[in-house]
Design a protein around this ligand. Structure first.
Ligand SMILES: [Fe+2]
Ligand SMILES: [Fe+2]
Length: 245
């Protein structure tokens, strides 16, 4: 990508979804802090930008032309909502109780030798409680409203949306909650030393750290799709319907 250094992390991942894995590798936050440019993000993290750009180029070259990654910014918003529900919401609801159980178990068995496990289990509990409420709000309020916006666009039925701009408020609440979940996930990452297993880790310990690593990646992608694609596009669509009504 030309001039990639001045693009934001969100713009890069939107255009080249495979960039997400590179940003994960360098712990560059492309979801909640996606508005920072690659230059600024690398400077803040004291990373050699040339090295990151080389990795981004290499990732782009590795993309299988026959099976390119999905470009979510091209999706209709109702299809994007369905994707979020089917993949990320379903995954979170299924995985959180499993990870919770594994963390409780290893905190009990290994907590004395590895006290960080007790803290990690507590942080995960907090994140799980917050996210369960968060998913419910999206599923019951925000997502149905986005689907209504899409329907109104197709049916040229704008009269439901001519009174007020509704969406800005729930979106800002959701973005604050994303930030909180991201902070808790960062703390878990830090306390675990980047999911670094000690010599005496048992099978459950290994499973829990692997599950947390997968969960972290999924959370980042989930928040990226909402913060950087769904929310701005839904706001813009509401605005268009508002203006023409
Ligand atoms: Fe979500
Ligand atoms: Fe969300």
């Amino acid at each position: 990508m030309d001039g990639i250094e001045s693009k934001t992390l969100a713009q890069i991942v939107i255009a080249e979804p495979e960039a997400a894995a590179v940003f994960e590798k360098y712990a560059l936050d492309f979801c909640c802090k996606g508005k920072q440019t690659l230059t600024d993000a690398c400077a803040a993290a004291e990373l050699d930008i040339k090295k990151v750009v080389r990795d981004l180029d290499a990732a782009a070259k590795k993309v299988d032309k026959n099976h390119p990654p999905e470009h979510f910014e091209k999706m209709e918003l109702d299809a994007l909502v369905n994707h979020l529900l089917q993949h990320h919401h379903t995954y979170m609801k299924r995985s959180m109780p499993i990870i919770h159980g594994h963390l409780q178990k290893i905190a009990g068995v290994h907590g004395e030798r590895h006290p960080e496990l007790i803290e990690i289990a507590g942080l995960f509990d907090q994140m799980q409680m917050d996210l369960e409420q968060h998913l419910l709000k999206e599923e019951e309020v925000l997502f149905p409203y986005v689907k209504k916006l899409v329907q109104a666009k197709h049916e040229s039925d704008h009269h439901h949306f001519n009174k007020t701009h509704f969406i800005a408020n729930p979106i800002s609440v959701m973005m604050n909650e994303h930030e909180r979940a991201g902070e808790l996930m960062d703390m878990i990452h830090e306390k675990s030393g980047g999911f670094d297993l000690p010599e005496d880790a048992c099978a459950t310990y290994k499973a829990a750290y692997h599950e947390l690593e997968v969960f972290e990646k999924d959370l980042h992608l989930h928040v990226h799709l909402e913060n950087n694609i769904l929310f701005p596009k839904a706001k813009a669509l509401e605005n268009v319907l508002f203006l023409v009504s």
